[in-house]
Design a protein around this ligand. Structure first.
Ligand SMILES: C[C@@H](NC(=O)[C@@H](C)NC(=O)CCCC[C@H](NC(=O)C[NH3+])C(=O)[O-])C(=O)O
Length: 351
């Protein structure tokens, strides 16, 4: 059946709802067979009042995990490593358990603890303590290993940033270059993602920035401008900067098979449930959301101080939606922004 046209009013309503729940601004960009819809609401800068701008750049958080997964899977396609081999075969002595495989990292089934839970237990103090820090990959792995494993390898899905820190270490070991070189040569340049960059540990967003605002835990406390930070606590798990159009291009090109072999893309999109709702799944560095109309969309969400992002595409790559709100730790705003997915991919709600 032909896909429904996007519900543009529904997308706008979701952006306004994100603002009603604490986001200074929000925007969404949909690409489909009938063209592009670019929608903005509110401001990208509270101090100047500059309106949200569809060409502005922002921190995409864990959508970076999909970029990292693509690079590692390209190395699998090139025969440089195998998914079911132990991580320790490629990074000798790194992990205390030889049973943890490369696939366990990409599926969040390694059991490596997520050090960000402790790091950001107190949102603003935690952020201020690390916003200008530069961590080595090893320091982040050590933070993870200082906490107990969360599952026996392969037994259960336990989301952890540590998994994609190790993915970054694998990329640098196998390519002999910093991870940003791999992103640039293998994804940014071939897809002409001119608004997309990996500038760690630089703290600035180059080009036209969306400024991000962090809500303190205590209600009523003023927002914190969290735009400038190293994101060194995440790196290959969350430090990419991009734009709505580049995220549309990336998710569509990925699903169209422009970045990986058919077999590896098939492996990437082979998912298991992440919860009991029957609508949320994870493959290899990739989420699948099953929407109310039956549409299945593939991509990732991203949470980094001051920014919440969705970047999803249909399996055929013909339709894609990217959306961002410039606040992060107001769950209601994040859920409201998620309404853009239903509106974009399912069309108007039946009357
Ligand atoms: C879950 C999300 N993961 C990511 O994007 C990664 C990079 N971010 C995190 O793990 C959250 C870090 C804390 C954010 C902070 N929260 C707190 O400080 C809570 N006390 C904030 O909301 O900005 C994803 O995969 O979609």
């Amino acid at each position: 059946a032909e896909a429904p046209a996007p519900d543009v009013d529904g997308i706008v309503a979701a952006l306004n709802s994100a603002m009603a729940n604490g986001a200074p601004g929000a925007m969404a960009r949909f690409t489909g067979p009938d063209g592009v819809e670019s929608l903005t609401a509110g401001v990208r800068d509270r101090a100047t009042g500059a309106p949200m701008d569809i060409h502005a750049r922002f921190r995409i958080g864990s959508v970076s995990k999909t970029f990292s997964a693509v690079v590692l899977l390209q190395l699998v396609d090139e025969g440089r490593l195998e998914l079911d081999q132990p991580v320790n075969r490629y990074l000798p002595g790194l992990l205390p358990d030889d049973r943890i495989t490369v696939r366990h990292l990409l599926t969040h089934r390694s059991g490596l603890a997520d050090y960000t839970n402790a790091m950001f237990a107190d949102t603003v103090p935690g952020f201020e303590a690390v916003r200008n820090r530069v961590f080595t990959y090893q320091e982040l792995v050590d933070l993870s290993l200082s906490e107990p494993r969360t599952t026996e390898p392969g037994v259960a899905y336990r989301y952890s940033n540590a998994n994609f820190v190790v993915v970054g270490m694998l990329i640098e070991k196998l390519t002999g270059r910093p991870v940003e070189r791999a992103y640039e040569r293998r994804i940014f340049k071939p897809l002409k993602l001119r608004d997309t960059s990996y500038v760690h540990p630089d703290t600035r967003i180059k080009g036209l920035p969306v400024r991000g605002y962090l809500h303190p835990d205590a209600a009523g406390e003023p927002l914190v401008d969290s735009t400038e930070q190293t994101v060194s606590w995440a790196q290959s798990a969350g430090a990419v900067i991009s734009s709505p159009a580049d995220l549309n291009t990336f998710t569509s090109a990925l699903m169209r098979g422009r970045l990986l072999s058919p077999e590896t893309l098939e492996a990437m999109t082979t998912v298991t449930p992440t919860d009991t709702t029957g609508t949320r799944f994870y493959g290899l560095g990739l989420r699948r959301y099953d929407l109310s109309c039956g549409a299945q969309v593939y991509g990732h969400t991203g949470t980094v101080q001051g920014f919440y992002t969705y970047a999803f595409s249909t399996r055929d790559g013909r339709r894609s939606l990217s959306a961002v709100a410039n606040t992060s730790n107001h769950g209601a705003a994040n859920t409201a922004l998620g309404g853009t997915l239903e509106a974009a991919f399912c069309g108007p709600k039946p009357a």
